[in-house]
Ligand binder design. Structure first.
Ligand SMILES: C[S@@+](CC[C@H](N)C(=O)[O-])C[C@H]1O[C@@H](n2cnc3c(N)ncnc32)[C@H](O)[C@@H]1O
Length: 226
């Protein structure tokens, strides 16, 4: 079990983390933002096809997992999908259930996740679905200790002003070290220090159009192996 679960407030049915005073997903349209920033921003679903491993900073409600799972399912479940997420304050199941009720299109996948979910559960292999591992603890410790590399990172901390721990230069450096050659990172943030941190971590960084009212987001790619 995890030591701590997330304390929440709710605004118009959207969960807000009390400790960070920030919503888990966009108050406007969380689903469309996730599709834009993390799927399109990682060139998915086009890159599904070989075994594909996504890593994420901040599992939260599981929305990014479910959006990715649905896209992979629509693409015909090509090869294996692994999704590893780093989370310090996992959600209690009733909170996650309430948060995901917003997204009826994702209900078939949400039900499968919720059937299995408990804060601090071990890796799960969903039948006809991804292999999910939510690694509990402060990502500044758990990412450097991780024994694997991702094809694509979803960098989804709360806003850098409210959750600087998840945008820390050393952590971004560990993200770079845990990215396969040619792998990518995407985030809704276009903050200068985030872009510089990703560059220092070995990524080529591009500022691209953001979702909705956000003018920019960030896409980053590591060089392919020589
Ligand atoms: C914006 S939310 C993530 C939303 C999530 N991707 C989703 O699909 O619902 C940010 C997450 O980062 C987690 N977090 C904040 N600081 C952290 C840290 N130091 N290590 C690991 N996770 C952290 C929070 O608990 C929260 O779940």
């Amino acid at each position: 079990m995890a030591d701590q679960t997330a304390d929440l407030d709710w605004k118009d049915g959207v969960p807000i983390a009390t400790a960070f005073d920030d919503p888990y997903y966009s108050l406007d349209d969380g689903l469309a933002e996730t599709r834009h920033v993390f799927l399109a921003g990682s060139d998915l679903p086009a890159r599904f096809g070989d075994d594909f491993h996504i890593a994420e900073l901040g599992f939260g409600t599981g929305l990014n997992l479910l959006v990715t799972w649905a896209a992979w399912d629509r693409a015909g479940q090509p090869a294996t999908l692994r999704f590893t997420s780093f989370e310090a304050f996992p959600m209690a199941k009733p909170d996650m259930t309430a948060a995901l009720e917003h997204f009826p299109d994702l209900a078939p996948f949400a039900d499968l996740l919720l059937d299995q979910w408990s804060p601090g559960m071990g890796p799960v292999m969903f039948e006809g679905g991804p292999i999910l591992h939510v690694i509990i603890g402060d990502a500044r410790k758990t990412v450097p200790a991780w024994n694997d590399q991702a094809d694509a990172w979803f960098l989804d901390g709360f806003s850098p002003a409210k959750n600087p721990e998840l945008w820390d230069a050393d952590l971004l450096n560990a993200v770079g070290q845990h990215t396969k050659p040619g792998g990518t990172a995407a985030t809704y943030s276009a903050a200068g220090h985030v872009r510089r941190g990703l560059e220092a971590a070995g990524f080529t960084v591009t500022r691209t159009p953001g979702y909705g009212r956000k003018r920019h987001m960030t896409q980053a790619r590591r060089a392919h192996a020589e």
